[in-house]
Ligand binder design. Structure first.
Ligand code: ACO
Length: 436
């Protein structure tokens, strides 16, 4: 962290002495005011529910400029990564700080692909779930359970344990997600095939069966790889902050990632792609494009509780750059599969057009986020709606690990322990039962 050439002064209207606070500058983005000594010197906390103005850590991994609609992984624009690299290059970049050269690339790809199998006992663990369990419930359990299977990579303070845990998690996530799917549909699990690419392997484990050879469609393989790249990291979002907070207690990496999966499940976060597709299907069922106007009126009515899912973002106040890339992939996949006239895609386009011109959305700077199109692509590929968030979790695993490892390596890291403004009852005595 670099000290800025100016300081902030905090003054109080009650005559209490003012306080000088150091200001730090990042390489890009807003400066931060260091309030760590505030409580010690003034006896006061800051108040910022939802972290609207709070940087919870320093990080060199991902940068977002929400006003410009810019996303950088280790400084590289997402548009260049998504068109010139594959997902495993992206994983290497996020974990190690730079893109791999040819030798490093080959070694890393080989390393990941050699860890794709999961302990055979996992099948029995999976069997304890109901067949109709939500895949995110299953995944939260399976990933937490990894710590019970891989005892040699559970010490978060041991760099070698963290390295092996990272490789295992990235390699095994596609196997676990596809096992959760196969269990739900009652088909046999497909073992990974390491001559395939990361995305190709996942497609085969999802849609292949032991009865016949599965041929990977390169357009779908590339589309899935792009979904993985676009979801790989997104700085200090809710699930990443959960992983950091959970890991800050020194728990093992598998447990910390399982906490991230649980957080991602919510519809305001990773669950939005599922919620978005459900929304499109509901509008379609109630009359399709003809009902869009009525639906938009509900969205704008604060009392209705209806939101346009896949729209709006805490950080982006401009078009989410990932949504642009996803829209391109959406066109490619639908044309490859002959689904250009897909009614849900047409409906999504119509909703987007209306929203981008409507004052309600313009004034609030609400633009489509990545989930608006990723659901349509996944549905076209054949992925069931309730597995969308699982795919997101698979892709985000590398971001969570990179952020967790960065936190452990940060000399300033401490257990995360927010404070509160207490608004409950002051001290009182327990009344006897008849007086309550
Ligand atoms: N539809 C309708 N109105 C919206 C929407 C939306 N999707 N998103 C925000 N608004 C409105 C809010 O009602 C609020 O209006 P007001 O100022 O009149 O009260 C204003 O826009 C600001 O919204 P906030 O909820 O304060 O913004 P916040 O940053 O807290 O929330 C969030 C961001 C949770 C993403 C929100 O936009 C949302 O719920 N979107 C739909 C769910 C979604 O798509 N989530 C995916 C996020 S991206 C990801 O996780 C990959």
């Amino acid at each position: 962290m670099k000290l800025a050439d100016h300081k902030a002064t905090l003054s109080f209207s009650n005559g209490a002495p003012s306080m000088e606070l150091p200001v730090y500058a990042g390489t890009i983005g807003p400066d931060v005011i260091d309030i760590r000594k505030l409580y010690g010197q003034t006896g006061m906390f800051t108040y910022d529910p939802g972290f609207l103005s709070t940087a919870s850590c320093q990080s060199a991994i991902t940068y977002i400029d929400g006003d410009k609609g810019e996303l950088l992984y280790r400084g590289y624009p997402i548009e260049q990564i998504a068109t010139q690299c594959d997902y495993l290059d992206t994983c290497y970049l996020l974990l190690n700080g730079d893109l791999p050269n040819e030798g490093e690339r080959n070694d890393f790809h080989k390393l990941i692909l050699n860890h794709t199998m999961v302990n055979e006992q996992m099948q029995f663990f999976l069997r304890g779930f109901r067949r109709d369990a939500h895949p995110m419930a299953v995944l939260t359990g399976l990933i937490g359970a990894l710590s019970a299977f891989y005892h040699d990579s559970t010490d978060i303070n041991n760099p070698e344990h963290r390295r092996i845990a990272a490789i295992r998690l990235i390699a095994k996530m596609p196997t676990l997600v596809s096992m959760a799917y196969k269990y739900g549909v009652g088909q046999p699990y497909m073992y990974p095939r390491n001559e395939l690419s990361y995305a190709g392997n996942f497609l085969r484990m999802m849609f292949g069966t032991p009865c016949e050879d599965y041929v990977v469609n390169p357009v779908l393989e590339r589309a899935l790889d792009r979904i993985f790249i676009l979801h790989a990291d997104h700085e200090q979002n809710a699930s990443t902050s959960t992983v950091r907070l959970c890991g800050s207690s020194g728990t093992n990496p598998f447990a910390a990632i399982a906490a991230g999966v649980a957080c991602l499940w919510g519809p305001a976060h990773g669950g939005a792609n599922e919620a978005c597709l459900n929304m499109l299907e509901d509008i379609q069922a109630s009359g399709g494009i003809a009902k869009v106007g009525e639906f938009m009126n509900q969205v704008k009515d604060k009392n209705s509780g209806v939101k346009l899912m896949g729209f709006g973002h805490r950080v982006y106040k401009n078009y989410d750059p990932r949504a642009k890339m996803m829209q391109e992939t959406c066109n490619e996949v639908l044309s490859e599969l002959g689904l250009e006239n897909d009614p849900l895609f047409k409906l999504a386009k119509e909703l987007e057009k209306i929203a981008l011109e409507d004052d309600y959305f313009v004034q609030r700077k609400l633009y489509p986020n990545v989930d608006f199109y990723s659901g349509i692509v996944q549905r076209a590929i054949g992925i069931p709606v309730n597995l969308f968030t699982g795919i997101f979790a698979l892709a985000r695993t590398v971001g969570w690990i990179a952020q967790l490892n960065e936190m452990i390596g940060d000399p300033e890291y401490k257990i995360g322990r927010p404070r509160q403004l207490f608004t409950g009852s002051p001290r009182r005595d327990v009344p006897t039962l008849i007086k309550r």
